[in-house]
Write a protein that binds this ligand. Sequence first.
Ligand SMILES: Cc1cc2nc3c(=O)[nH]c(=O)nc-3n(C[C@H](O)[C@H](O)[C@H](O)COP(=O)(O)OP(=O)(O)OC[C@H]3O[C@@H](n4cnc5c(N)ncnc54)[C@H](O)[C@@H]3O)c2cc1C
Length: 473
Amino acid sequence: MDIDKQIVAEIEARLGAKNIRTGADAEGFLEDFWGRARGKTLCVALPASTQEVSDVLSICFHHKIAVFPQGGNTSTCLGAVPDASGRSIVLSLSRMNRILSVDPLDASIAAEAGCILADIQEAAVKVDKFFPLSLGAEGSCQIGGNVSTNAGGTSVLRYGNTRDLVLGMEVVLPDGRIWDGMRTLRKNNTGYDLKHLFIGAEGSLGIITKVSLKIFPSLPHLTSALISFEDIVNLTAFTEPLRKTFDTSIIAMELISGSEVRIVKEMMPDLSVPYDQNVGWFLLVDIVSDGQGDIADRLQDVLGGAMEDGHITDVLISANEAQRAAIWKLRHSVTESHKKYGMGMSHDVAVPIGDIPRFIQIAKAKVDEAFPQADIAIVGHVGDGNLHYNVIFEKSRWAAIPDQSKMRKDVYKVIYDIAAGMNGTFSAEHGIGALHVAEMKTYKSEIELEMMKGVKSLFDPHNIMNPGRILPE
Ligand SMILES: Cc1cc2nc3c(=O)[nH]c(=O)nc-3n(C[C@H](O)[C@H](O)[C@H](O)COP(=O)(O)OP(=O)(O)OC[C@H]3O[C@@H](n4cnc5c(N)ncnc54)[C@H](O)[C@@H]3O)c2cc1C
């Protein structure tokens, strides 16, 4: 039997024929969410337990066969699909999707890594608690994928990134050994805190099979405000008073450019947009009641001055949950609209918070000059300095570009150079995947790469875990 067939046969013997996919049955696991890359694989393995993950990794380690872990496959940077070699397996966590325990007293929740994020949020609500990680893909991304990418999302301002929410985890190492680190301790200074190596490692060091997470008191009433303003230079003039007044009661602070709203409206004409779209910018703020008076009244007080000074042009404050949902619907419609509109190069940059207006101004001048056929559409978790700076080519304009690959690289370089020049980063929350490996070489220092390569070779000496991702050769 040829070696590839033997590997598939060994995996099949451990998991059972119905829990592996080959040929046409594997198709659904090979293409990335955005349709930008399609890989090949010997088979997709669908283990249902930690022991089965361990068995599969032992086989792959023995045969030195690459393993591409896959969660919900919503990665924005080609992180979760196999490469084109075909000499690899995809390991999908989708069958390991159980909530294991919810402990309100310990304020913790334990789940298998393939658990869908929305199911974890729901499990917390059932015990009158709150799990704050929230992002547009929450209906399909998995907690193992969130932890592996150290996902950010819309609640970072108050609760931090996924890293801040993880208490413990279980991991299967590339050679099949199992590390049980499923604790829920808030304090444990006993040597290196190993879980942090796996958070944000994008499956390059092992497979996360279980996680324990913090949950929080359930949120009282939330109020959303959509603030319109014309000029980005005025951003801090009204966000600083907002921060001063509401402090940690601000859950989300999302920037949306007027150009973005107009693309959403064009691509999704049925979406209700009950405000003037012909404005330069919108800021969406979510504030939780803090017992210090009516949020809407206090918002009017704080923003009244900004309105008089001409820093903002309008404020829409949600009066009920339906209005709040309508405001957020706009924010969550961005990804789908981009897909319909054309080819978007999304830059997940972060710069120091005070530099955001300057970044936007410099980037606009450069993009307008170098890529006049492109639209600029921006959304961002601006409260924590993170912008999704999208340079989008409408479909027919993209089709007319002779060397699209060069164009992509040129656009990325312009934006990332500006961020780097401000002591910022080219990947704030989405990670590296296969898409940004070249940027690692350009923007990370030699010593950073050396340390990362040292960690990688310690855990994964045969380089079988997600090869070609994160680290340049
Ligand atoms: C509409 C939309 C909105 C989004 N919004 C945000 C946002 O606001 N903030 C944000 O940070 N991201 C966002 N993302 C990106 C994406 O949803 C996140 O990166 C998410 O955390 C990935 O989870 P996943 O289960 O889909 O992982 P996948 O895409 O399947 O995998 C991501 C990476 O993790 C690895 N991996 C997956 N599971 C495991 C595991 N159990 N063990 C080891 N490695 C594993 C994969 O190999 C891959 O490298 C968005 C994506 C979409 C499509």
